[in-house]
Structures are given as structure tokens and as C-alpha cells.
Design a protein. Structure first.
Length: 200
């Protein structure tokens, strides 16, 4: 199978997986149901992903890739760190509170093995946090922010940006944030960060 064709099929399978997940929940989301929805063979899904957990782990990685790629590109180009956070904030907020992230977090809560939750942590927080820390470290080096440890600064930034919004989305107590909401909240979070950790 050509790589381009395989990519298209993977996109179709991902879409089908989210649709089945929404309709049946993680426990009821079988590989066969996903294969039928995607008009793919059950054998293809098992060959590509191994099992249901493998498929959903692949979705987790794919969902986090956009923010990871953005951060890596920004760091490689040596852009202004504060401007980088300004561009990152809305994307990160939208990603973490979007329908797909909510579906995956609900699935992780229903996975008794804990493997899906571990995959979300590894592909999300454990991958993205060090990159955010690098951006904040660059801001400190330029005198834009002042703090003792970069880990605490990164935690503060995420708390200002996300707060309890993600968990409220997961439990169905908050609507999907609009683009305008994400832009506004991100700007306020960055302004608060600069106020709290103002540099030279």
C-alpha cells in the first residue's frame, strides 16, 4: 500500500474510532465495530495497531503531535519565547479541551488496565511539558521572565491556561471552547504569567 493511501486510511480509521467511542464508550468500542464504520477489514486494524489499546494509543499520539511539532519548530527557529507562548496557548487549550481529547480522557478513565491513561500522559504531558519548559527557560535567559525552577514556571503557566477547564469538559460540565474563547483565555494567561514572573 502506498504511504499516501495508508495515511488516508488511517485518517478514516481514526474518525471511525472516535465515532464508535462516542456512541458506545471505550468498553463497547470493539475493533470490529471500528473496522465496519471505517469500511476497513478487521485484519487491517489488527495488523496496523495490534489491538484496541494500540489503536487508541495511536490516536493519543496523533492528537498531541500538532502542539509538539509547533513547539519544536519554534524552538528550532529561535523565535521570541513570549511570542511563542502567545501562539502556543490557543492551540494547546483547544487541543486539551477539544472533543477528541475529551473522548480519549473518558476512554482512559474506563480502561481498567491504566495503559491508555499512561499513553495520554506520555504522549501529552510528559512530551509537551519539557518543550514548554524550554520555551520558558529561553524567556528567562532573555530576561523576560524571572523564576527559580523551570518546572514550577511551566506548572504555573498550565494552571493559568487550563485550570480546571479540561476536567469540567471531561465530566460534561463545560461546552467546547470557541476559537475566540481560546484566544482570549490564552492572552489572559500569558499576561498573568508575565505579571507574576516579570523579568528585568
Amino acid at each position: 500500500m502506498r504511504e499516501e493511501t495508508k495515511l488516508i486510511r488511517q485518517q478514516q480509521i481514526a474518525q471511525a474510532a472516535y465515532e464508535v467511542l462516542e456512541g458506545k464508550g471505550y468498553v463497547g468500542a470493539s475493533m470490529l465495530a471500528i473496522a465496519k464504520r471505517a469500511k476497513a477489514s478487521n485484519e487491517t486494524l489488527y495488523n496496523w495497531y495490534g489491538d484496541k489499546q494500540g489503536l487508541f494509543k495511536a490516536l493519543v499520539v496523533r492528537n498531541a503531535e500538532e502542539v509538539k511539532s509547533l513547539l519544536e519548530a519554534e524552538l528550532a527557529s529561535d523565535q521570541d519565547p513570549i511570542e511563542t507562548l502567545g501562539r502556543l496557548g490557543p492551540k494547546l487549550l483547544s487541543l486539551l479541551t477539544g472533543a477528541r481529547a475529551v473522548a480519549l480522557n473518558r476512554a482512559a478513565a474506563a480502561d481498567p488496565s491504566g495503559e491508555l491513561g499512561a499513553a495520554i500522559s506520555e504522549a501529552g504531558r510528559e512530551t509537551v511539558m519539557p518543550l514548554i519548559a524550554d520555551v520558558l527557560g529561553a524567556a528567562k535567559a532573555r530576561g523576560q521572565l524571572a523564576f527559580e525552577t523551570v518546572g514550577e514556571a511551566a506548572e504555573l503557566y498550565l494552571n493559568l491556561l487550563i485550570g480546571d477547564l479540561q476536567i469540567r469538559r471531561v465530566i460534561g460540565r463545560a461546552p467546547i471552547p470557541t476559537k475566540e474563547f481560546c484566544n482570549s483565555r490564552s492572552a489572559k494567561a500569558l499576561a498573568s504569567l508575565e505579571k507574576l514572573l516579570g523579568g528585568n
